[in-house]
Design a protein around this ligand. Structure first.
Ligand code: MEV
Length: 333
């Protein structure tokens, strides 16, 4: 029997979402909420794939699902896992059974990178069943391919940060252009969840339409976002809170313009600024999802108490330095 455990973190986007799809830079960070996936392969087992999750219940599939190209499950939450199994275990010769347990601490569908973390941890855990520890870049490539079955134009940024962890500057070019940023100061970020789930794919399509209809303006806005990211690198490394907050607010204005903010997001941002946030913007795809607010340490409790009083679900997040973690155990019976 071989068993593996892999976990990959959620993410926040500080600057540059959507424009990263058009090759502009992005600054994002992994946070202290994880997707944990445990897999077991047993050779005397009953030719089934059992998947158990803490958010979506459980399902059993016949092992033949790995060989068949049955697409009737493409809209299923479980499909990315089946896709990874097909990719990695298709040619495993002995009869066997697989159990996969997915425990997610990441709220689903609200811009915190749950599908990227599922893809990254899923690829790592399932690859481990072959007793092979794949290089992170190999895991990343399959994870991006997997995420693209959920959202076909994914820039790959969420998978990059979930794999490598930390605070990253990333730009999609022909190769992966990524840089770890040093934080000069510990930042207090608060997430406020609108509770409204979104489809990243749909929001990316809204931006695509905006771009097609407003090409010169989109070009300008892209340059602005790129400049915001360059300035933000210095502000983050200098620990200049005020400048970071100001840049977040500027980035939000641009996101509003391209049509991915909503009244609910704008209301949350206004309340955040009223209760002491230095900067506040949507994080991720928008259209619902989450708002990210930057707060002075000393104002955190006051901010949280008042936002909760207004009925908002909010929680502080820490930037986590570690990305993907993998543990493989192998035992012969
Ligand atoms: C979603 O977390 C981030 C987007 O920029 C889409 C992408 O990068 O693929 C909106």
């Amino acid at each position: 029997m071989t068993s593996t455990l892999a976990s990959a973190p959620a993410k926040i986007i500080l600057f540059g979402e959507h424009f990263v799809v058009y090759n502009q830079p992005i600054i994002l960070a992994s946070i202290n909420k994880r997707m944990k996936i445990e897999c077991k392969i047993e050779e005397d087992k009953n030719n089934t794939v059992n998947i158990e999750t803490n958010h979506f219940g459980k399902k059993t599939f016949p092992l033949s699902i790995i060989e068949s190209n049955n697409h009737s499950i493409v809209n299923d939450f479980f499909y990315p896992i089946i896709y990874i199994l097909r990719k990695i275990l298709r040619y495993y010769s002995e009869p066997y059974g697989i159990t996969i347990k997915i425990h997610s601490e990441i709220p689903y569908g609200v811009g915190l990178g749950s599908s990227a973390a599922l893809s990254v941890a899923g690829v790592a855990a399932i690859s481990g069943l072959n007793n092979i520890v794949k290089e992170k870049n190999e895991i990343l490539n399959i994870a991006i391919e997997t995420e693209r079955i959920i959202h076909k134009n994914s820039s790959g940024a969420d998978c990059v940060v979930s794999t490598y962890g930390g605070l990253l500057y990333y730009q999609r070019t022909t190769s992966i252009n990524m840089r770890s940023l040093n934080l000069n100061n510990e930042l207090s970020f608060i997430i406020i969840n609108t509770g409204l789930k979104h489809s990243t794919g749909q929001l990316v399509s809204i931006v695509k339409r905006f771009r097609e209809n407003n090409l010169p303006e989109f070009h300008h806005l892209s340059n602005d976002v790129s400049r915001i990211c360059e300035r933000a690198v210095n502000a983050l490394e200098e620990g200049n809170y005020l400048h970071i907050g100001k840049l977040m607010n500027e980035n939000q204005t641009i996101l509003e313009r391209i049509g991915v903010s909503t009244t609910e997001i704008n209301n949350i941002i206004n309340s955040s600024l009223q209760y002491g946030a230095i900067g506040s913007k949507l994080t991720g795809a928008g259209g619902g999802g989450c708002v990210l607010s930057l707060i002075h340490h000393q104002d955190k409790e006051y901010f949280l108490a008042n936002m909760k009083k207004r009925g908002y679900e909010c929680f502080p997040v820490m930037i986590e330095n570690q990305g993907l973690k993998v543990n493989i155990k192998s035992r012969n019976f």
